[in-house]
Write a protein that binds this ligand. Structure first.
Ligand code: PMP
Length: 405
């Protein structure tokens, strides 16, 4: 049976070259990067090479890159670290602005801090097209706002947010307010943006930026946080003084080498993106043409080149996924982190969709090796499965929601 992988936003395979570069650091150059002897120094050199590779891609300095276990940790460190540093100085409740359609690791972090009475929080809704309006962020800023956290590219619908515009707006707010304690810090979760959009931290005007290696053909369990030089953020886990005292714990040397290697392999970003975008547009057009009652979730234009998120009315998304999997087409309904949960996607709800309108949604995310042939096969399988499901469960689903409303 064919195996067609359309879930690159969930994770990507480790590139062969990346794996090759990682291998020696498991059992040959296995030293602890904090050790003084030559094994340790060799590991440290490899870590510092990777730091250079990441810093170069972000246009940052070496001491602005903190290695973590992935974007979940980077986001936690960015948000909690900012709050802790502020609280140490101010001893009063700060205000954080984020959006309603962030990844759970941002959303749940902010919600929990709000529930624990540590912060005030404002959650901004995107517009119907899945894009945040900068004016909504601007209007939400209060005198005690310390942090704005807006994701660069949404992981479910792929919509791209106006990060540099928000960066400029915050910069001008900061200069109105003066500097020092009143400074608003700007964080973006760029996990789904790296390799597709410009991640130059200067141009974006961000103070903190998170990323993860496994979305860019690197290994799982490793990521980075860009922390602008001079920014006051506190560590959130106690232990050794690794990573400039901000992230305790023995460094994951092979993982970090893999991250550096994967990010340094992102070249000719524009032409690769053009190829993926053309395939993506072909896929969207084919689905919308061949499958009745289907529509694209989120903006068609302000969108990651690799993301398709379509809704099929009168279809249950989880059943569609299972049928597609049996046909060898691997996709998802939302983020991999929330699959298994049958509650409606918070991202699709944030666009103003009704719960019943969210259920028949399918996310297909393309990769650098996706082919037209794979797309043709997938659309055939989707069409067949949607028709089958509509026959079997369309009416049942309709009645179910009618009774619920
Ligand atoms: N943020 C976004 C936007 C993501 O897509 C993901 C991964 N699904 C994460 C954060 C979490 O990344 P990690 O798996 O590295 O913890």
């Amino acid at each position: 049976m064919k195996q067609i992988y359309f879930d690159h936003a969930a994770t990507t395979p480790v590139d062969k070259k990346v794996l090759q570069e990682m291998m020696p650091y498991f059992n040959q150059n296995f030293g602890n990067a904090s050790s003084i002897h030559s094994f340790g120094q060799e590991a440290l050199l490899a870590v510092e090479k990777a730091r250079m590779q990441v810093a170069k891609y972000f246009n940052a300095n070496l001491n602005e890159i903190i290695f973590t276990s992935g974007a979940t940790e980077s986001n936690n460190l960015a948000i909690k670290g900012t709050d802790r540093a502020y609280f140490k100085k101010e001893k009063k409740k700060p205000h954080i602005i984020t959006t309603t359609f962030e990844h759970h690791c941002v959303l749940e972090t902010v919600k929990k801090m709000e529930k624990e009475n540590l912060i005030e929080a404002t959650f901004i809704n995107p517009k119907k097209d899945g894009v945040i309006d900068v004016r909504d962020i601007k209007n939400a800023i209060k005198s005690n706002t310390i942090l704005v956290s807006v994701m660069y590219v949404n992981n479910e619908i792929g919509t791209v947010q106006p990060i540099s515009e928000i960066g400029r707006m915050i910069k001008s707010k900061n200069s109105e307010q003066g500097t020092g304690d009143k400074k608003i810090i700007f964080h973006t979760d760029a996990t789904q943006a790296v390799a597709y959009f410009d991640c130059n931290v200067e141009k974006l005007g961000v103070d903190l930026m998170s990323m993860s290696a496994h979305k860019i053909y690197g290994p799982k369990g490793v990521g980075a946080l860009y922390v602008k030089f001079g920014l006051d953020i506190a560590k959130i886990q106690d232990g050794g003084a690794q990573e400039f005292g901000l992230r305790a714990g023995t460094l994951n040397v092979p993982g970090i080498v893999g991250l550096g290697s994967a990010i340094s392999m992102i070249r000719n970003q524009d032409s690769v993106n053009t190829k993926i975008r053309e395939l993506r547009d072909y896929l969207v057009a084919k689905i919308l043409k061949e499958i009745p009652d289907s529509r694209l979730n989120g903006s068609k234009i302000k969108r990651s080149p690799n993301n398709v998120n379509v809704n099929f009315s009168r279809v249950e998304g989880e059943s569609l996924l299972m049928m597609l999997s049996a046909e060898g087409v691997f996709a998802s309904t939302g983020s991999a982190c929330s699959s298994g949960s049958l509650s409606p996607s918070h991202v699709l709800l944030s666009l103003g969709l009704k719960p019943e309108e969210t259920h028949g949604s399918l996310r297909l995310t393309l990769g650098k090796n996706t082919t037209k042939k794979e797309i043709d096969y997938a659309v055939k399988a989707i069409k067949k499965s949607v028709e089958k499901l509509r026959k079997v469960s369309g009416n049942v689903l309709k009645d179910y929601y009618k009774n619920k409303s």
